[in-house]
Design a protein around this ligand. Structure first.
Ligand SMILES: Cc1cc2nc3c(=O)[nH]c(=O)nc-3n(C[C@H](O)[C@H](O)[C@H](O)COP(=O)(O)OP(=O)(O)OC[C@H]3O[C@@H](n4cnc5c(N)ncnc54)[C@H](O)[C@@H]3O)c2cc1C
Length: 473
């Protein structure tokens, strides 16, 4: 085997449970980690994630140096970079898989280049519990409904050989191979928007382990109920770490299963990991999922184009406090609570009747945990056009959602500070306060905070009519 092993890092910024990195260090005297930054995937599409990526590279570089491994970063197209490698370079390349159809397609082209240029390569299971091909119905066809999918997938995972303990060996000495490298800071977004994220997130593998420990010791018991309350940190907030591979889902699953008492919280949490597996299965079996409505009748849906409403939604100025709080949380922190993602999503596609793809795009640009499979599958779930989706006629009432899940308005007041003086009774419908009272508390609706851009009952009716129109043809 060649002297140098190159590990192509994509979404696996971790030392623990990293199959490709482990294999390279066990089989080569010198190992280099390579990241290829393809700005086409990020510019004007995934601005928030540039920050997480840059931080991931910076920290991982330090972590790897303890093993005498250099992390080198190139800017460009993966195919161009790899086609320059030749047999005489005497290197072998390893990577962990990423489960997105276009990434898989590119991977096939890269494998062809390596075969042609006689470069040794090997790839490993990525950040997933089961390879998607392993989970099918008895007749070999893919599942389209979550519950039977997960029953089958979880059992399959339990029955499979437990994850090996992938150990990393320290290399003899560090080496450099690639020229014209860039630094992690070169990836940062041009706008200073990202600077706020530093107040909310610590990007490292170590931090993800601490978060998991805290979840298991302090949160998982109550997860079943607290996961729906946006004012408390009832969920793990591990999603951006999972996306970038600071932690492997197999590690999370294993630690959860070491719990002595496994109650409803444990069950619910594991099910969420199941939804992630389900989304990945869907987009790989049905790649058209990523391009448009899974349920084709929605191609005829009378979506409304309304830039003013879309802007109000994006900037958290719809006049519905729970929706606005969510949109502002997203912009400020790069993350939004799951319950609120469902509420704001429903508001966009049902109250405003704006195509879900607009919401998907905005989330993609702002979410630190953006992940193609989860984002598209969840947007289609919200819109009612996905597999096993919430029916379109089930329309979230943003006032009742607020009253149920943010009873005391703590979440709303945190993000929509102009409503700080509004009493709980009105916090989710401030427009119902008498004008005299609005004046007394210096919170005039329509001036200090917007009046609702649509009336709930009317918007609901229009949405239902639009949905009915699908059935007529
Ligand atoms: C419209 C919409 C868009 C979404 N876009 C994304 C996205 O781009 N990336 C993303 O990771 N999640 C997305 N989700 C799913 C979910 O909101 C987030 O995974 C969750 O809020 C992350 O927070 P957490 O880590 O605290 O979750 P926890 O409750 O702690 O859950 C643990 C893990 O399970 C997975 N998970 C949880 N809920 C879901 C779900 N509904 N579907 C799939 N996986 C789930 C995540 O990996 C999460 O980190 C979206 C949901 C909606 C409604």
């Amino acid at each position: 085997m060649s002297d140098i092993g190159v590990v192509w890092i994509r979404e696996d910024f971790r030392i623990e449970n990293n199959a490709a990195l482990s294999f390279a260090t066990q089989n080569h005297n010198y190992v280099i980690a390579l990241y290829i930054y393809n700005n086409f995937d990020y510019d004007n599409k995934r601005e928030a994630q540039k920050w997480w990526l840059s931080k991931s590279l910076e920290i991982f570089k330090k972590d790897l140096s303890n093993y005498k491994i250099n992390l080198q970063i190139l800017k460009g197209n993966e195919l161009d970079v790899f086609s320059k490698l030749k047999k005489k370079d005497k290197i072998s390349i390893y990577w962990n898989k990423v489960y997105e159809p276009d990434v898989i397609a590119k991977g096939k082209k890269i494998r062809d280049i390596f075969l042609k240029n006689e470069i040794n390569f090997k790839y490993f299971k990525g950040n997933i519990l089961n390879e998607f091909q392993e989970v099918t119905k008895n007749d070999g066809t893919p599942f389209k409904v979550f519950t039977p999918f997960w029953r089958n997938a979880e059992q399959k995972y339990i029955n499979s050989t437990p994850n090996k303990d992938y150990k990393i060996k320290k290399c003899i000495n560090s080496k450099l191979f690639f020229k014209n490298c860039i630094e992690p800071k070169d990836i940062l977004p041009k706008k200073n928007w990202f600077k706020k994220f530093e107040n909310y997130w610590e990007v490292s593998e170590k931090k993800s382990k601490n978060i998991l420990k805290n979840l298991l010791e302090n949160k998982i018991k109550e997860y079943g109920s607290s996961r729906d309350i946006p004012s408390i940190e009832g969920t793990s907030k591990l999603s951006p770490y999972i996306k970038h591979g600071q932690i492997h889902v197999g590690t999370i699953w294993k630690k959860c299963n070491e719990l002595k008492s496994k109650g409803i919280g444990y069950r619910k949490y594991i099910n969420e990991l199941g939804w992630r597996e389900f989304s990945h299965s869907l987009i790989n079996y049905f790649p058209e999922f990523l391009k448009g409505n899974f349920r084709k009748e929605f191609d005829r849906f009378p979506w409304v184009k309304n830039e003013k409403f879309l802007k109000a939604w994006k900037t958290g100025m719809t006049g519905y406090p729970i929706v606005d709080a969510g949109m502002r949380e997203l912009y400020e922190t790069g993350w939004m609570h799951n319950r609120i993602r469902m509420v704001v999503g429903s508001f966009l596609v049902k109250h405003l009747r704006i195509n879900w793809t607009e919401g998907e795009k905005h989330f993609r640009n702002c979410l630190l945990d953006f992940n193609k499979a989860n984002n598209v599958a969840q947007w289609q779930w919200v819109a009612g056009c996905g597999a096993d989706a919430a029916p379109y006629f089930r329309i979230f009432n943003p006032i009742l959602q607020g009253e149920k899940f943010d009873k005391d308005g703590i979440y709303v007041k945190k993000w929509v500070t102009e409503l700080n003086k509004v009493p709980n009774k009105f916090i989710h419908k401030p427009w119902e306060m008498e004008l005299q009272y609005q004046e007394a508390i210096k919170t005039i609706i329509g001036k200090d905070y917007p009046a609702p851009i649509v009336v709930h009952e009317k918007a609901r009716e229009s949405a239902l009519n639009a949905f009915q129109s699908l059935k007529k043809k």
